[in-house]
Design a protein around this ligand. Structure first.
Ligand code: SF4
Length: 365
């Protein structure tokens, strides 16, 4: 199934909602229309959008910049938010927070705010559930329920950014690594990134946005074509095709060579200010499954001849799915050392929020 056919066959909102839907505040043409109808000074619109999308004010407060009576008119003409916060879980292990957010259709999705000494990162979902079926992932158990709209994707960033702002901080990075396969919701993903990165949207530097994918070759190329400087994070997890097909079943329908070609193509893109390069290869570490000498050597061979960063991610147990265990720290370090000895730029990620089920592969509703 092609990505586009998959996108069009899934609901974004129910038909009833779509019929009665008011535009969301991120809808630029609708806001322009509102300005024309009320003959508003464009400056007021710009100030309001700045308050909403760059100062991260709550919508009702930001609309005050339109001044009476237009603020009230806007409250009636637009839907102020696409999501509401149902739950917040703060990790006692690290400083991450997981938000369970409810959509207007009653679905629940998860967004994670990760705070490290160096940066604050928002980890955002793109689908309700996922059909990639990764065998180590809790979201996979949900199957795919529906695509998130661009407004629902952007609003997750706003929730994270408002939380950071309340702490006197700012979100520095956005990673599309939450629930769902971003490139299976390509149109809405592009629309969201366009809003997040545009000057009159969130004005977020594109080089600080990373899109994780199990690998849709053509969609990966379209992404870097449209958003030069963006980082693609390929969730490879095994450079051995048979094992990868077991770990990430969706990829059985992706031609191995075609994916490798796309990865190499992305790797040739200009680095802009990106110190990590335009492609990251992600490898979740599962003890005795994909962390052997053979796995390390296959990975070294896979990345030979192009610039990339390999990121080793601890596996987070999602009992009672299966009895797999994370690779021990010592063995992970050995694996990393072997890659580095072969000249592969390798990092070992500390997985955040595992005590509140906010870590990689643990998001589920
Ligand atoms: S790891 Fe990502 S792509 Fe794989 S099933 Fe989970 S959410 Fe989907």
């Amino acid at each position: 199934m092609s990505t586009s056919s998959m996108s069009s066959s899934l609901p974004v909102l129910t038909p009833e909602m779509a019929q009665s839907a008011l535009p969301y505040l991120i809808d630029r043409p609708a806001m322009d229309e509102f300005r024309r109808i009320h003959k508003l000074d464009p400056m007021r619109i710009r100030r309001t959008r700045f308050a909403l999308f760059q100062q991260y004010l709550e919508p009702t407060d930001a609309l005050e910049f339109l001044q009476a009576p237009y603020a009230d008119a806007a409250r009636k003409a637009f839907r102020l938010s696409a999501l509401s916060i149902e739950e917040r879980h703060d990790s006692a292990l690290d400083r991450s927070s997981k938000f369970v957010l409810a959509t207007e259709t009653g679905d629940k999705i998860e967004t994670v705010l990760m705070r490290s000494a160096k940066r604050i990162t928002a980890c955002v979902s793109t689908q309700v559930g996922c059909q990639a079926g990764c065998s180590f992932c809790a979201t996979a158990r949900m199957g795919l329920r529906r695509q998130l709209s661009a407004a629902e994707i952007v609003e997750q960033v706003l929730v994270a950014a408002r939380t950071a702002r309340a702490e006197g901080a700012r979100v520095r990075n956005i990673v599309f690594m939450g629930m769902g396969e971003p490139l299976h919701n390509e149109q809405n993903l592009h629309e969201a990134i366009a809003h997040l990165s545009s000057r009159d949207g969130c004005n977020f530097p594109i080089r600080r946005i990373s899109v994780s994918t199990v690998g849709e070759p053509a969609a990966m190329i379209r992404l870097v074509d449209r958003f030069p400087g963006i980082q693609v994070a390929l969730s490879l997890h095994s450079a051995r095709p048979e094992l990868r097909a077991r770990l990430v079943p969706w990829t059985r329908q992706i031609d191995w060579e075609q994916l490798h070609l796309a990865v190499r193509e992305v790797a040739t893109r200009p680095l802009t200010f990106h110190h990590q390069g335009p492609i990251m290869i992600q490898h979740i570490m599962i003890a005795g499954i994909n962390d052997t000498e053979e796995d390390a050597d296959a990975l070294i061979e896979y990345v030979r001849g192009f610039e990339c960063i390999v990121n080793l991610i601890p596996f987070n147990a999602i009992a009672p799915i299966q009895a797999w265990q994370p690779t021990s720290r010592e063995h992970r370090d050995w694996f990393a050392k072997r890659l580095r000895a072969a000249g592969v730029y390798t990092t070992v990620r500390y997985s955040m929020g595992s005590d509140v089920a906010a870590a990689c592969g643990q998001l589920v509703q």
